[in-house]
Design a protein around this ligand. Sequence first.
Ligand SMILES: NC(=O)c1ccc[n+]([C@@H]2O[C@H](COP(=O)([O-])OP(=O)(O)OC[C@H]3O[C@@H](n4cnc5c(N)ncnc54)[C@H](O)[C@@H]3O)[C@@H](O)[C@H]2O)c1
Ligand SMILES: O=C(O)CC[C@@H](O)C(=O)O
Length: 387
Amino acid sequence: MRHIKTIDDITKDGKVEFGDGYDFVENTEEADAILMRSTDLHGYEPPSSIRAIARCGAGVNNIPTDEYAKRGVVVFNSPGANSNAVKELVIAMLILSSRGVVQSMKWVRAHADDPNILVDAEKAKKAFVGRELKGKRIGVVGLGNVGSKVANACVDLGMQVYGYDPFISVEHAWALSRDVQRVGTLEDLCRGCDYLTVHVPSKADTIGMIDADVLGLLNPGAVLINYARETIVDEDAVDAALQGGRLSWFATDFATPKTVAMPNTFITTHSGAGTGEAEANCADMAISELKDYLENGNIANSVNYPACSMGKARAASRVACLHANVPNMIGQITAILAKDNANVQRMVNESAGENAYTMFDTDEHLEDSTIDALKAIPAVYRVRVIK
Ligand SMILES: NC(=O)c1ccc[n+]([C@@H]2O[C@H](COP(=O)([O-])OP(=O)(O)OC[C@H]3O[C@@H](n4cnc5c(N)ncnc54)[C@H](O)[C@@H]3O)[C@@H](O)[C@H]2O)c1
Ligand SMILES: O=C(O)CC[C@@H](O)C(=O)O
């Protein structure tokens, strides 16, 4: 039996199914893996029983992924699984910030007792006249799972769409409409935009990237949309731009003490991914990643270890070593296996950044002393006997 600890409400209806051979535990010390969403794990040291953590969602800025890699804990996310949900809410924010929808609905509620409301509403409506999205210029920062979908949807709305992503993947470049014009700098993206929407992860080069200089390049009365992370915008600069009229509206998914005090905001409760479909997609992806890792040692969609697959574990034994990406690791591992006279059927070594993963199948089970010798290699973080 493998044991799973869940943190956060994974799905609204509570449905989280791993199937036969798994159960859920309260005590993390008894768990093999953690399934989670947005809880901040910085400062939290997982017990040694934890071999993997799967984040249902895209952003992993709530998890110290580098530190966990060095403890031999593989962190997964669920890329793209909630991107349609975010795209739809971003489109809603484009419309809400352009058409006075909320203000007009508020007027109706406030005049609910007016017996002539039908006639008076006709007079009131001129206060809520908006503008159309068609023909307006939008800049999309980050053209990954969410940004590429938002950009394509904006093309369909007849907008002039510009995109900026120096690290765009081949997959997303292919998915992007040919009507999205890519630019090489954030400044070129922002110059003359009526709308700016941000879809990048929170990391060193994106924190505070939407600052006073960038905002100053937008057209007066522009709209800023942030459904990525609160850290990406300089909140003081956004506040000043709203007060000074450079921005007419700021739509954000992050209710920080500063954003809630700003004028002209649409603020939601980190609800970009808040649909039953997105929750189920994220949970399904995260669960299958954890199961394949726990049962077969395969890694897909990890944010701190390389992708690696040897299919189902069918040989007598399968062992995985999580280690630093340094020279002579394979040499050291095979030398230890040779001492045990182990016959290796297959071996795979993959690396990503500072970390690497070596997995092999053998004809027979290795001696305990062999496993201990592998663990004793200085750059090895963890050795797993999967089978
Ligand atoms: N509000 C929500 O509920 C919600 C839901 C999903 C994602 N998000 C946030 O949105 C972010 C994006 O989500 P995604 O699924 O599209 O992720 P993704 O990884 O598919 O795409 C991110 C894109 O940003 C690009 N990028 C990275 N650094 C950049 C930089 N300095 N300048 C420009 N582009 C850069 C990457 O190349 C990538 O294409 C996530 O990291 C997460 O923080 C929020
Ligand atoms: O888990 C959530 O509700 C939000 C997830 C979202 O922010 C993400 O990064 O995918």
